[in-house]
Design a protein around this ligand. Structure first.
Ligand code: ZN
Ligand code: ZN
Length: 180
């Protein structure tokens, strides 16, 4: 079965937010082969029990009152004027991702960016200089020993970790990082 398409989170399996699983979805009561393991904002605890299809069609939000991306986390610098419909699609029908601290979501060209994934120095080297520059800009560090120390410490699984996004309109990469 093909996973649903998420405009702002194109590959939630590679980003680790959706995993192959035999778990039954609490929303549609089916075991469909994949389960969402990212953050769920709801009154109840919903850990690894919502399928990506129920996120995509909004039924998990309707049935459980859950959102998956915190509305207040959208926008790294709060400059963009975002459409209400966009905020709704992101928070109610898009898988979030796990960060060490409160997640944030990059915006650009008056739209949300698509989430590429978590990255450490290995992933950033593979992604190339533009990705490294995006992270360096986010840290505010100048080229020099302090930046190089921070860059070598970046790790996808242990933190500090970088979170990478791409603008859907002009392809600019955006990033932020957390420390632990
Ligand atoms: Zn479901
Ligand atoms: Zn852009």
């Amino acid at each position: 079965m093909n996973l649903p398409q998420f405009t702002y989170h194109p590959d939630p399996v590679s980003s680790g937010s959706v995993q192959p699983s035999t778990n039954t979805c609490i929303s549609c009561d089916q075991a469909r082969g994949y389960i969402y393991v990212g953050p769920v904002y709801a009154v109840e605890d919903y850990e690894a029990c919502i399928c990506p299809w129920c996120i995509a069609d909004g039924s998990a939000h309707q049935r459980l009152g859950a959102t998956f991306i915190d509305e207040d986390s959208i926008g790294l610098d709060a400059e963009e004027e975002l459409d209400e419909a966009l905020v709704t699609e992101l928070s109610q029908r898009t898988p979030g991702f796990n960060g060490w601290q409160q997640e944030r979501w990059f915006t650009h060209c008056n739209d949300a960016g698509e989430f590429i994934g978590r990255a450490g120095h290995t992933e950033l080297l593979a992604l190339g200089v533009e990705a490294m520059t995006a992270v360096q800009d986010a840290t505010g560090l100048e080229e020099g020993p302090q930046w190089h120390r921070f860059f070598s410490a970046l790790d996808k699984d242990h933190g500090p970790t970088a979170y990478l996004f791409r603008c859907r309109h002009c392809s600019t990469l955006g990033a932020y990082q957390d420390n632990h």
